[in-house]
Design a binder for this molecule. Structure first.
Ligand SMILES: CC(C)(COP(=O)(O)OP(=O)(O)OC[C@H]1O[C@@H](n2cnc3c(N)ncnc32)[C@H](O)[C@@H]1OP(=O)(O)O)[C@@H](O)C(=O)NCCC(=O)NCCS
Length: 123
């Protein structure tokens, strides 16, 4: 069954401006450790960061049904499997609230936009 859905759309120029202004500390504020390692390998860092930003916002929206307090971006990591398909890794403080449910996410990016959809599924 699907419990909830979240969606987000990001203007990549906005992310580019934040990176110009704050530098790497902006990326480090958004990305978890494994995501940051992926980011460092990317040629198009603005596109990658925009996709992750959209994915995290989409996950936060779908988690809204489960949480009242503020959620830290770094506690939601969106990694890629062997085929490039994104999957969500939650840090323990979030995972314990979602328990047996699964969060699925899909990301797309264009030159000026990135978007993501997330859903929570379970029995
Ligand atoms: C995977 C594919 C759909 C991506 O589409 P695209 O138009 O090139 O790029 P988009 O910007 O829309 O999407 C990119 C995002 O798709 C996601 N993605 C990549 N591979 C994926 C897969 N196998 N399944 C689901 N999502 C995938 C990733 O999140 C990626 O962003 P990220 O690398 O920043 O995490 C496209 O490369 C494709 O059709 N490939 C052919 C099929 C294929 O390679 N399948 C995987 C091997 S079985």
């Amino acid at each position: 069954m699907i419990y909830s859905v979240g969606i987000d759309l990001i203007d990549t120029e906005r992310i580019g401006r934040a990176l110009d202004k704050w530098g790497e500390s902006f990326a480090k504020k958004i990305l978890g450790i494994e995501e940051y390692e992926m980011y460092m390998q990317k040629f198009n860092k603005v596109q990658f960061l925009s996709g992750r930003f959209a994915a995290k916002e989409a996950v936060i929206k779908t988690l809204g049904a489960f949480f009242e307090r503020r959620i830290n971006f770094k506690d939601i990591q969106v990694l890629n499997d062997l085929y490039g398909k994104p999957y969500v890794h939650l840090e323990d403080n979030l995972r314990e609230r979602v328990l047996d449910k699964e969060i699925k996410v899909s990301i797309t990016h264009e030159r000026k936009m990135a978007a993501a959809v997330a859903i929570i599924t379970g029995d």
